[in-house]
Design a binder for this molecule. Sequence first.
Ligand SMILES: NC(=O)c1ccc[n+]([C@@H]2O[C@H](COP(=O)([O-])OP(=O)(O)OC[C@H]3O[C@@H](n4cnc5c(N)ncnc54)[C@H](O)[C@@H]3O)[C@@H](O)[C@H]2O)c1
Length: 353
Amino acid sequence: MKIVITGNMGYVGPTVVAHLRSVFPNVEIAGVDSCFFGHSLTNVDRLPEVSVDVQHFADVRDLKSDVFDGADVVVQLAAISNDPMGNAFEAVTMDVNAQAAVRIGQLAKQSGVSRLVFASSCSVYGFAEKEAKTESSAVNPLTAYARSKLAAEEGLSGLASDGFIVSCLRFPTACGMSPRLRLDLVLNDFVASAIAQGRIEILSDGTPWRPIIDTKDMARGIEWAIRRDARLGNRFEAINVGRDDANYRISELAEAVARQFPSVEVEIRRAAAPDKRSYRVDFARYRALAPDYLPTVSLEQSIGELKDGLLAMGFADRKFRESTHMRLNVLRGLVSRGVLDDQLRWAARGRPA
Ligand SMILES: NC(=O)c1ccc[n+]([C@@H]2O[C@H](COP(=O)([O-])OP(=O)(O)OC[C@H]3O[C@@H](n4cnc5c(N)ncnc54)[C@H](O)[C@@H]3O)[C@@H](O)[C@H]2O)c1
């Protein structure tokens, strides 16, 4: 089997590649990434990309069909991957996350690929505090990022056929340790704050709902989508991937972190503006279709692994929110230095050698 995976050089990608390697022993993996964050490594002894057979340093907006020659599966992770980056680079977000994603779907299908897995997001639900959202609930994408994921799902749905099975996995907010760690994710931020600042400050009143998933469980969801029997579901699935009991309030996440740091206190800014994003998600369909792939990593385990990983790095940066552990800061820095242009394309002098 040959798998082409876009966006393999980000936060989630290395974990996905490692998992696919372990569950498909003879797989050939080709990575495709523009390498925005290639240098943003945690303290690892080897590049995670050593694990792929071929690495294309390419922009998904420019891909040609030869990348998919002989491929069976395409996994699409490449994206402008959160709300702050989506707000800062709105047009690029739609180009990369939606237009390029659908074009890749077309190229892959024409090339004989039989499975496409797209990393979508539960943020398409926007604000949904009353009832947990199922796949048939109304969507309410509030940001450029969420709108781009929905547009990609819509475009990809038209491509699905008996020979081209499409799975859009609506993931909750990711968490967990990674060779390319991000601290712009709620749980990761709380653990970093506990270590570096000795306190956890919640920048809202703490009540918003935020389902989460460990990157290792995202990887298992992708494995399911690669293996799934389309006769049990549909040729096109846009499905919530996660666990019902991992719908947490922000304050519950902070308290769970504090339990692993006895001297750390949680400060809630009750006067803060309400967080516009708050949603609970129903994962019944995933439970029914993927009973062997349900998330297994507990909240305590994710926190423990982040704690161990950050301590092993000697992490102590009190100003980490201004650091390159935040993806938007990396992109802004590259653009301000003229290495990337404002369309997030490598300027000639910044092109990777
Ligand atoms: N992290 C989360 O909380 C979360 C939650 C739900 C869904 N997702 C989705 O999962 C996927 C992976 O997320 P992540 O956290 O690893 O994101 P990330 O930003 O860390 O990694 C994305 C990767 O895509 C690459 N990329 C971006 N634009 C590209 C382009 N034009 N051409 C080629 N490569 C490009 C980047 O270089 C980067 O390596 C994304 O699609 C994201 O939207 C993430």
